[in-house]
Design a protein around this ligand. Structure first.
Ligand code: FAD
Length: 502
């Protein structure tokens, strides 16, 4: 059959971490009722990276695509709800702000809310930005509920993501995928064979000598990038001059008490520490740059700042920020850590796995793996990575901390896209979401304002409203938010009622 129209008959997924099982589940669902065979190879001996517990709201689309029941998923993965991230000490020691999921207030007359707020804030006539975010207020109060859209209110309803146990999430998706026909093979891959005519991957070989062939290979082998990097030789673009953290030490601890509906990120002398509350434990980690402190010092800082007694031994992970030059090469698509790494500051890795799967399904190839489809996939992925990268750089760059690591970050030569965004905001208060970039206006605003960047201007059309009327409108937002929050159930109680682990 002409390979340009010949359908893919078999797919081999290499790796059974979060990326492998998310891909297996989505491909199994998409190929239900077809002849296509899907296999997944993983090695228990090698294991998975074992972290990756915080998500962003886009994961709801993935769950919907698979038809998952949210309460069941949460119970099975010991999950909690996440309304945003609290950044402690990032702009300067002693400061804290929340990057909330969802908006501040609501736009008026097609002008973003923050312009109206800025007009009064610059004159000291209204409180700080966080007071106008329902998500931030609910997070600080430890409250949560699923909400229908608030059409009448001058602010939007809560939007949520999850914090879950990564290994339980992979297990849950494994059951889903295997129920739909995916076959798991245990074994260590030792070799790869290529077709002579076009260099496509023909098969992989396992340690026990068995050989597995496929039309399409999905490389979910983690940092090793076994197929795309090692076999096909696709290079890595290193971004560590912008994002210098290259190590993390992680350990779980007992929960301190009530479950917070958000992730906490606390700046440390040469990096930052995460706390992710789950139902059965708290996930903790210290991300740092080894040029400023060593692994023993980083471990000590982590253990000294746990919210409860450690459960197990700390584990060190090593990485480099950056991405592969391409992500889909010949008949191999890299998804997950094999494609690139952006540190977990804004919990974007699982999102990038999800968008890679969505792009692959939208551009699903024939056996020829059409070049134009690969080009589109690669171009879009580069765009996604670069825009997220710039948002992360902002967190490091906008700081007044005194330590050498932070002084280095503040002096970095930032990418043009970020520099343009900063100067526009400073001069005019405007923030534009470019070309479908992941982070929208409220996200950029949260970090810009939260880390001390001030806008000198605001939208000129906000002058059309008399000052007293505007003060009244903003007070309506703030008061309304307080009222809604006081009526919300506690996050802990909501989980106990709907999605507690059995
Ligand atoms: P892995 O989990 O490493 O899986 C690789 C798989 O390949 C394994 O099954 C392994 O056995 C298999 N394999 C490898 N070599 C072979 C071989 N030779 N033969 C057979 N099998 C092989 N993301 C978020 O979205 N939110 C977060 O909060 C977050 N926190 C993070 C914190 C840290 C410190 C790090 C490093 C990452 C974090 N991430 C986070 C990223 C997230 O962990 C990953 O994106 C996610 O776990 C996917 O990993 P993976 O499946 O690509 O790789």
């Amino acid at each position: 059959m002409n390979p340009r129209i010949a359908p893919i008959r078999n797919i081999l997924i290499v790796g059974g971490g979060t990326a492998g099982w998310m891909t297996a589940a989505a491909l199994a669902k998409a190929h239900e009722g077809t002849e296509c065979q899907i296999h997944l190879v993983e090695s228990e001996q090698i294991g998975t990276v074992g972290v990756g517990e915080a998500t962003i709201p886009s994961i709801a689309q993935f769950n919907q695509m698979l038809g998952l029941d949210e309460n069941e998923l949460m119970a099975a993965t010991q999950a909690t709800f996440k309304l945003g991230i609290e950044f402690v000490g990032w702009g300067a020691e002693g400061e804290s702000y929340i990057h909330p999921f969802s908006t501040y207030g609501k736009g008026l007359d097609n002008i973003d809310f923050h312009h109206w707020w800025l007009r009064l804030y610059n004159e000291g006539k209204v409180p700080d930005l966080e007071q106008f975010s329902l998500a931030a207020a609910a997070a600080r109060a430890g409250k949560f509920a699923r909400m229908a859209p608030l059409t009448e209110a001058p602010f939007d309803a809560l939007v949520h993501a999850f914090q879950f146990d990564a290994s339980l999430y992979a297990r849950y998706l494994r059951t889903y995928a295997e129920t739909r026909g995916v076959r798991r093979i245990e074994g260590r891959i030792t070799n790869c064979k290529r077709r002579t005519e076009d260099g496509f991957i023909a098969s992989i070989q396992l340690e026990d000598g068995s050989e597995l062939s496929a039309d399409l290979f999905i490389d979910c082998s983690g940092f090793r990038s076994l197929l795309l990097g090692c076999e096909l030789g696709v290079g890595f673009e290193n971004w560590s001059h912008w994002l210098p953290c290259n190590r993390a030490v992680a350990v779980a601890s007992e929960n301190p008490g009530e479950l917070r509906p958000y992730t906490r990120s606390t700046a440390r002398a040469a990096g930052w520490q995460w706390q992710i509350p789950l139902q059965h434990r708290t996930g903790n980690g210290h991300v740092f740059c080894d040029e400023y402190i060593d692994e023993d010092q980083a471990t000590e800082i982590l253990l000294h700042n746990l919210p409860g007694p450690a459960l197990g031994e700390p584990k060190v992970l090593r990485f480099t920020a950056g991405r592969r030059h391409t992500f889909w090469e010949k008949n191999c698509v890299a998804i997950g850590l094999s494609a690139g790494f952006l540190e977990p500051l804004e919990s974007t890795s699982i999102h990038l796995i999800q968008t890679a799967i969505q792009k692959l399904l939208a551009l699903f190839p024939s056996r020829a793996c059409e070049e134009e489809k690969r080009r589109i996939f690669n171009q879009r992925t580069v765009h996604e990575y670069e825009k997220i990268r710039d948002f992360l750089i902002l967190h490091y760059w906008a700081n007044k901390r005194p330590e050498p690591f932070w002084r280095y970050c503040a002096a970095a030569n930032i990418p043009d896209h970020l520099a343009g965004k900063l100067s526009l905001y400073r001069e005019t208060g405007h923030i534009f979401r470019e070309d479908d970039e992941l982070f929208s206006v409220p996200s950029w605003l949260a970090v810009l304002h939260g880390q001390g960047i001030r806008a000198h201007g605001y939208h000129p059309l906000t002058m059309k409203l008399p000052e007293q009327e505007l003060i009244g409108k903003l007070e309506e937002v703030r008061g309304g938010i307080q009222k809604v929050v006081s009526a919300l159930p506690r996050h802990q109680d909501f989980i106990a009622r709907y999605c507690a682990s059995l």
